[in-house]
Design a protein around this ligand. Structure first.
Ligand SMILES: *[C@@H]1O[C@H](CO)[C@@H](O)[C@H](O)[C@H]1NC(C)=O
Ligand SMILES: *[C@@H]1O[C@H](CO)[C@@H](O)[C@H](O)[C@H]1NC(C)=O
Ligand SMILES: *[C@@H]1O[C@H](CO)[C@@H](O)[C@H](O)[C@H]1NC(C)=O
Ligand SMILES: *[C@@H]1O[C@H](CO)[C@@H](O)[C@H](O)[C@H]1NC(C)=O
Length: 453
């Protein structure tokens, strides 16, 4: 009996540690069972007060199809994995040697049916088709119908847009004609097929599209085409889904390449602000690609992604809170080995520390912690001018090192933030960076320590 209760208490304690309170873009996200959330290139469907998140399960670190996952949440932070919505069928276009990407689900009121559309392709992306599957409940499992080229033309990255909620017109948003032309096509009343192109932006090389409609205006979000590498994502606006669309404009400062992310879905909130939902792809380790959900603020009249290391949103009101933390500049730390002081106007305070790793270290002293159990979020701002990720070890108060992944930042002058949860004791802490590693880490600009956990 005693043992039994101990076990219950133990599991209870573990269960609690999987609860999340804040959105931390770029952190490893876990579901309510403590497993890595595998829902890349995803889309959101809201049914009643429940959000369903569909995405690509890339746990096998392969681009090939393994499953379309389905997660549920009522708070957009605690996500529970449900049954897989779609799984491979050998001998079809959705076999495990083909590509199924960017699944999006909308509800068809007429047939009381959930309809999933996805990018359906061969492993070399040569087929360029859309696929459709249907189900009677949100997570399905879905019954695969077909894959084909809409109106006989290519379709690669795609999204769906439902104009209104009930008895609505629905549209396919897709990169067509070898990704050169971007098209919007209307769906039939079953949402099984397209009926005709209603808008086309030619010679534009857009992909990763999403559309929201707010106060009668349509906003189209998309990236340009640069493979898994990020680029500055754009927005366009129009008073009609058929266009004409405004000239493209930036969603975020260009040098950040959309905070190293690519759009996958844009969720309108009740207060007419939105959430930009992006993927921070890690092409060498696809299953470790991170989710970059950020506030998409319309208060200036046009959309702008707000930089936020740690934030929260109330899905019922749409109001959000962006946390502020305490900054510690790398140049204020104690350099060890071959590390050097960097002078670069792209770094905050005009300085940072380079040649970290391979014997080069920096120690930040007197970092104030709150001692909360489970740790607190720390954003590590660093620049990596390579064309692939670097890694950096971090050790707190002499403890064992943890390793963070540091994306290539496009230039050695563009620090971006990577969050990590650190166990800081209450009061003063010493944090050692890049010790004991035989590769170079990114150049450290600063860290920001948040009190949230
Ligand atoms: C996540 O779930 C936990 C446990 O139910 C809860 O305490 C917490 O408030 C939830 N987070 C949010 C953001 O609602
Ligand atoms: C979609 O409609 C076209 C005609 O516009 C037709 O040729 C094609 O077979 C249809 N595809 C499916 C999967 O029903
Ligand atoms: C840098 O160090 C100085 C004193 O050494 C301190 O006053 C200042 O707060 C530090 N600033 C940051 C951002 O670390
Ligand atoms: C510093 O670099 C030199 C050569 O560039 C190397 O021989 C030396 O071992 C390095 N020092 C450390 C502490 O790694």
């Amino acid at each position: 009996m005693f043992c039994f209760f101990s076990l219950v208490l133990l599991f209870g304690a573990i269960g609690l540690s999987y609860a999340e309170n804040v959105i931390v873009p770029g952190a490893p996200w876990t579901d309510t069972s403590g497993n890595s959330i595998q829902a890349h290139g995803g889309g959101i469907l809201k049914v009643g007060s429940t959000f369903y998140w569909f995405g690509e399960d890339k746990a096998a670190n392969s681009a090939l199809f393994s499953a379309v996952s389905c997660y549920t949440s009522t708070d957009l932070v605690n996500w529970s994995r449900q049954n897989n919505a779609l799984t491979p069928i050998s001998g079809t276009m959705i076999s495990n040697s083909n590509i199924v990407e960017r699944p999006k689900v909308i509800f068809n009121q007429k047939n009381s049916e959930y309809v999933m559309w996805f990018h359906s392709d061969t492993s070399n992306y040569g087929a360029a088709e859309v696929g459709v599957a249907t189900a009677k409940s949100p997570c399905g499992p879905y019954t695969y119908k077909a894959s084909w080229k809409p109106l006989g033309a290519d379709s690669r990255d795609m999204g769906l847009f439902l104009d209104g909620e009930l008895h609505s017109n629905a549209y396919l948003l897709y990169a067509s004609d070898n990704n050169v032309d971007f098209k919007i096509a209307s769906l039939d009343s079953n949402y099984y097929n397209v009926t005709g192109v209603v808008s086309e932006i030619t010679n534009v090389n857009l992909e990763a599209p999403g559309v929201i409609k707010r106060n009668g205006v349509y906003w189209l979000f998309a990236s340009h085409t640069s493979g898994w590498a990020p680029n500055p994502n754009k927005y366009f606006s129009s008073n009609s889904i058929s266009g004409p669309w405004s000239a493209e404009a930036d969603l975020a400062p260009e040098s950040t390449r959309t905070y190293y992310s690519q759009n996958n879905y844009d969720l309108l909130l009740p207060n007419q602000n939105a959430i930009y939902m992006g993927d921070r792809w890690h092409s060498a380790l696809l299953g470790d690609s991170r989710y970059m959900w950020l506030p998409l603020d319309f208060s200036s009249g046009s959309p702008k992604i707000l930089q936020a290391d740690v934030w929260s949103v109330d899905p019922n009101s749409g109001s959000w809170t962006i946390a502020s933390g305490t900054t510690y500049e790398a140049e204020n730390g104690t350099r060890g080995g071959n590390s050097t002081l960097i002078t670069n106007s792209g770094f905050s305070g005009g300085h940072g520390v380079g040649y970290l790793g391979n014997g080069g270290t920096v120690t930040l002293n007197n970092v104030q912690g709150n001692g909360v159990s489970g740790g607190q979020w720390v954003a590590v701002y660093a620049a990596n001018g390579d064309s692939s990720y670097r890694t950096m070890t971090i050790s707190v108060n002499g403890g064992s090192a943890i390793v963070i992944q540091q994306p290539d930042t496009g230039s050695a002058s563009n620090p971006i933030s990577v969050p990590v949860k650190l166990n800081l004791k209450s009061g003063s802490n010493t944090i050692l960076f890049a010790a004991g590693q035989s590769n170079y880490a990114a150049d450290l600009d600063k860290i920001i320590v948040y009190t949230q956990s």
